[in-house]
Design a protein around this ligand. Structure first.
Ligand code: NAD
Length: 461
């Protein structure tokens, strides 16, 4: 019955009825396909405050795309390579603003002027990117306040443009990381970030070099994904394999048939293990060793055991904490102790918006998912990881269309998927793209981030 109602809502007749009630169908988001020649195509306007540090680098990165790049007056004064818009009023596919030089809050008016003059020219499905500095790296309080102000600006812009399927993000580029933010810029400008909006990506200075093929950034890499037989884990395995990685997929024995099917399709290797079993870290380490080490581990396996805390059994609490949080830590520790995560590798945890905002009936789940954020935040400073240039990050999905969310009662589900700036649920591939971005060899400067893949959910921080 609920399927029939949903089918009607999604039909043309249903959309007309909803339209008459003032509920518009959300804009379909464009997603990456390998037929797209480069990470970005279209007209792009670059603006800047005074003393902008990244204009030349941004122009260089965009030269590898199919962008037609223009500069506003202030940007052109600072970067002579930029040209003036021919003034034909054609829409822009992206607006990029370099705010790295801003040191005083009243200088922010340059950003106001840029967006005030141009935001109406942003095409549906467009991209806004602001480039700033991490406020804690500032020389003084005024500069810190100014740089942090950019976060409020970009998150609010995301809310203003979301209804048209457009996104807005802030990338903070630390001093010395001027050559390291390319993978972040490519990601947020591209359709790979379709369901990521209102986010801040922090880039630190690292030693990294070389070129990476935009279509096969993970060629020659080996990735291990837990919970890979279905849902988000399957999409992660698919996406990493699409990007060139060899995948080892882990799942529990009852999921063996599904796991084998997925791994056969991808030319990957199935590994049956309950990640909470005592021998799981050794078993997984042994598979990693046979592969000659791994470049990426994605701790995706997770469960919910929802009950209000008064009705929750200790077993439901403990099982959720063990699968979603503790087991991942034991496995990571074993891999690190045995030196099985290669130099330049990545560790990725899967958190959840409910770990940020909390959820009634999910004290166990939310605690486990908040723990994932604490883990990556702490581990980014781990000496062993830093010595081997290994990054550690998390994704925090919001409402993603999977078997898990299909089980939510119809009306809760209908509202749940719309309570974000893009007014729709995300797809498993959206989570997978964010993980592939972390794993990209040119994302070594991105560590300790928790990236929300939630369409800027209205709940949570
Ligand atoms: P899912 O239930 O479809 O898939 C989870 C997978 O993990 C299954 O294949 C399951 O067999 C496996 N798994 C469970 N316990 C395991 C264990 N002990 N050892 C090995 N494998 C085990 O869930 P999903 O919706 O695809 O979610 C994947 C991840 O994303 C989870 O961590 C989940 O908490 C998180 N997440 C999902 C959503 C969403 O909207 N679907 C939102 C936020 C976060």
């Amino acid at each position: 019955m609920s399927d029939r109602i949903e089918n009607f809502i999604n039909s043309n007749a249903g959309k007309k009825v909803l339209g008459a009630l003032g509920v518009n169908a959300p804009r379909e988001l464009a997603r990456y396909t390998p037929s797209q020649r480069s990470f970005f195509k279209g007209r792009l306007l670059l603006g800047a405050g005074d003393n902008a540090a990244l204009l030349a680098q941004v122009s260089k990165i965009l030269a590898e795309s199919d962008a037609e790049v223009f500069g506003d007056d202030n940007a052109r004064l600072q970067c002579t390579a930029l040209t003036q818009d021919n003034g034909n009023d054609a829409p822009f596919a992206a607006l990029v603003f370099d705010a790295t030089g801003m040191r005083d809050s009243l200088e922010l008016v340059a950003a106001y002027r840029f967006f005030n003059a141009n935001i109406r020219k942003l095409a549906p499905g467009g991209r806004i990117v602001i480039l700033g500095r991490p406020h804690m790296g500032a020389d003084n309080a005024e500069q810190a306040a100014t740089q942090r102000a950019l976060e409020g600006l970009s998150r609010s812009l995301a809310k203003e443009v979301g209804a048209r399927g457009s996104t807005a993000q802030l990338i903070t580029v630390a001093n010395g990381a001027e050559g390291d933010f390319g993978s972040s810029l490519r990601f947020v400008l591209s359709p790979k970030s379709a369901y990521v909006t209102g986010q801040v990506i922090a880039v630190n200075a690292v030693e990294q070099s070389g070129n990476v093929d935009w279509h096969k950034p993970l060629a020659g890499k080996t990735a291990l994904v837990t919970g890979a037989s279905r849902g988000i884990g399957e999409a992660i395995a698919d996406t990493l394999a699409r990007d060139g990685a060899t995948v080892i997929g882990v799942d529990v024995a009852p999921m063996e048939d599904d796991l084998v099917k997925v791994m056969t399709r991808l030319g990957g290797q199935p590994l049956i293990a309950d990640i909470t079993a005592e021998d799981a870290p050794a078993k997984i380490a042994s598979a990693a060793k046979q592969a000659g080490g791994i470049d990426l581990i994605v701790h995706n396996a997770g469960v919910t055991r929802d009950k209000t805390i008064a009705n929750m059994t200790e077993q439901q609490w403990q099982m959720t904490l063990d699968i979603n949080l503790a087991a991942a830590q034991r496995i990571t520790r074993e891999l690190l102790d045995q030196g099985l995560i290669r130099n330049g590798g990545s560790i990725v945890g899967v958190s959840s918006m409910n770990g940020i905002g909390g959820q009634r009936g999910q004290t166990n789940y939310a605690a486990s998912k908040a723990g994932v954020i604490g883990y990556v935040d702490f581990m980014k400073n781990d000496e062993q990881l830093r010595a081997h240039n290994i990054t550690v990050n998390a994704v925090a999905p919001g409402f993603i269309e999977t078997a898990m969310t299909a089980a939510i009662p119809l009306f809760t589900r209908m509202f749940g998927r719309r309570l974000n700036s893009l007014s729709q649920g995300g797809l498993p591939v959206d989570v997978a793209e964010a993980i592939a971005f972390f794993a990209n060899p040119l994302s070594r400067g991105v560590s300790g981030n928790t990236l929300r893949v939630c369409g800027q959910s209205w709940f949570g921080a």
